[in-house]
Design a protein around this ligand. Structure first.
Ligand code: XMP
Length: 510
């Protein structure tokens, strides 16, 4: 498969380069900056991108790529730190800028670079650097300047080397995606039209080969990732896929029924639904600390899952819905000592269970998993659902989790989602849910004084859950949600709307 390789020097934007290229239907992978020229060559890349990074090229311990890659004849694009590396290696001058540049700059494109094909005049670009190229190396042309004099782009087409001081991958850079497209398709000659489904037959064959006739266990969580992973695995090994769904008693209204409906009734998979709600609720009794709750739920989940898995004969592998961002994090510039992130929902399972791992989604981003799911005909309600945390409603019932409180929250949450869906807002937001606050306040219902709980509505927009902004829902929609909750859910007499972004707040309340 044709691909572009991105060497990661630690920039917060490295993943964005990959996402932009893939949105252009160009397949790419991210490797640590230290990948050897031999490894790189063995993948026959069409082009290489050197990412940005926090270091200075003149630091003694500055990360450097295997310099042999400069002579492979493969086109190279250096971005920010990547540009400074190229400048320094070829005899240019790099030094500390008088002032660290962060934010938008006006770029003037100077001459006919293939990187800027179809882009003319002045464009706004996103800068984030402390060092700058003061003098381009001999043989390099300066192709764009910012602020009248700064070297913002340079190239040496004879050596197939191109460099940008700014970040084309950042959304704020005008025509940035076009620049990446010019590099990949124009300069590197990448011709294919890659889609996540291009990997379908390959992934299926690989699962089959790895499983080698043994049984694979899948912990279905009800979320998008484990659902898509399960469908892929089922295509590969059919009845040898054994799915387990643990009902923790902390699920939303309809979650368990939907799993049964889709995977058991519609798809006909071997699915064991384990009702462990009494165990979970028993262990949560009297517990109010958010961290304690999370720990108890995590351990109990592993215990229940492990017990169920042991009942599956001949089980040799665990299927996991690990995504590319987790994989990249584990191989990034932080080096081999970086802790590999355990998957949120099944954290800790693999190490304890001594099963081999099958991770068919490890090269995909979330939006690509949805696209893959669509081509696998997974129903939209499964694919488009909002993320739901492993500890479930327990971290949305603040304070002690009791069956009564769970019931109130579950009902309010159902009404809220119903209204948001009816108003067409569900796909526009990242997450929408209710939180039950452990406070009561005074109200009046009919002629009677009430003293009941408060529900907080939490609706946020986000790209990856790392940062988030509260959603500006229309007032009439908020009004409808609030009146339905107060009139239909017993035990609630007040509804409030959370207007805090992340940071400083988190999306979940616990
Ligand atoms: P926070 O609350 O940290 O959440 O802003 C960021 C995103 O992660 C989800 N989340 C979790 N997901 N297990 C999960 O699978 C967890 O323990 C967990 N905690 C938070 C949260 O819903 C949001 O999408």
């Amino acid at each position: 498969m044709d691909q572009i390789l991105i060497l990661d020097f630690g920039s917060q934007y490295t993943q964005l380069i990959a996402r932009r290229l893939r949105s252009l239907r160009v397949y790419c992978e991210i490797l640590p900056f230290s990948a050897t020229a031999e490894d790189i060559l063995s993948r026959s890349p069409r082009g290489i991108i050197l990412s940005g990074g926090p270091s200075s090229v003149y630091d003694a311990d500055a990360p450097k790529p295997d310099l042999a890659i400069l002579n492979l004849g493969v086109p190279i694009l250096g971005v920010c730190y990547g540009m400074q590396l190229i400048a320094r290696e070829y005899g240019g001058t790099v030094s500390k800028a008088a002032k660290r540049e962060y934010g938008l700059s006006k770029l003037k494109i100077l001459k006919g670079s293939r990187l800027f094909k179809g882009i003319n005049g002045a464009v706004s670009v996103w800068m984030s650097h402390g060092d700058e190229v003061k003098k381009a190396p001999a043989g390099f042309h300066v192709t764009a300047r910012a602020g009248g004099s700064d070297i913002s782009a340079m190239e040496n087409p004879d050596l197939n080397l191109y460099a940008l001081q700014f970040h084309p991958e950042v959304h704020h850079t005008e025509h940035g995606t076009k620049m990446l497209e010019n590099f990949a398709r124009g300069i590197c000659g990448y011709k294919e039209h890659w889609t996540p489904s291009s990997f379908l037959s390959e992934s299926i064959a690989e699962i089959k080969k790895t499983a080698g006739g043994k049984t694979v266990i899948c912990g279905l969580s009800g979320g998008v990732d484990s659902s898509v992973a399960a469908v892929l695995a089922h295509k590969a090994i059919g009845k040898k896929l054994s799915c387990i769904f643990v009902d923790t008693g902390l699920l939303r209204h309809g979650d368990r029924e939907r799993m049964k409906e889709v995977f058991q009734d519609k798809f006909g998979y071997s699915l064991r639904i384990v009702d462990a709600s009494a165990l979970f609720l028993g262990r949560l009794k009297g517990v109010t600390s958010p961290e304690r709750k999370r720990k108890i739920i995590g351990h109990t989940f592993i215990e229940v899952f492990d017990k169920e898995a042991k009942k599956v004969r001949d089980a040799a592998f665990l299927l996991q819905g690990t995504l590319y961002p987790d994989v990249i994090e584990s191989v990034s510039v932080k080096g081999p000592s970086a802790v590999i992130k355990s998957h949120h929902n099944v954290g800790g399972l693999p190490a304890k269970m001594k099963l081999g791992l099958i991770e068919p989604l490890r090269y995909f981003f979330k939006d690509e998993v949805r696209e893959l799911g669509r081509s696998l005909k997974i129903p939209e309600p499964v694919l488009m659902q909002h993320p739901f945390p492993g500890p479930g409603l327990a971290i949305r019932v603040l304070g002690e989790v009791t069956p009564d409180r769970l019931k109130i929250l579950r009902e309010a949450d159902r009404l809220m989602r119903e209204e948001i869906q009816a108003a067409g807002w569900y796909p526009k937001i990242w997450q929408a849910f209710c939180v039950l606050l452990p406070v009561r306040s005074v109200g009046v219902m009919g002629d009677e004084r009430s003293y009941e709980y408060t529900i907080a509505l939490r609706c946020v927009s986000s790209v990856d859950g790392m940062t988030a902004d509260w959603s500006k829902l229309p007032h009439d929609l908020m009004h409808k949600i609030s009146s339905r909750i107060v009139s239909e859910v017993r035990g609630v007499n007040r509804v409030v709307y959370d207007i805090t972004s992340k940071p400083p707040a988190t999306i979940e309340w616990e």
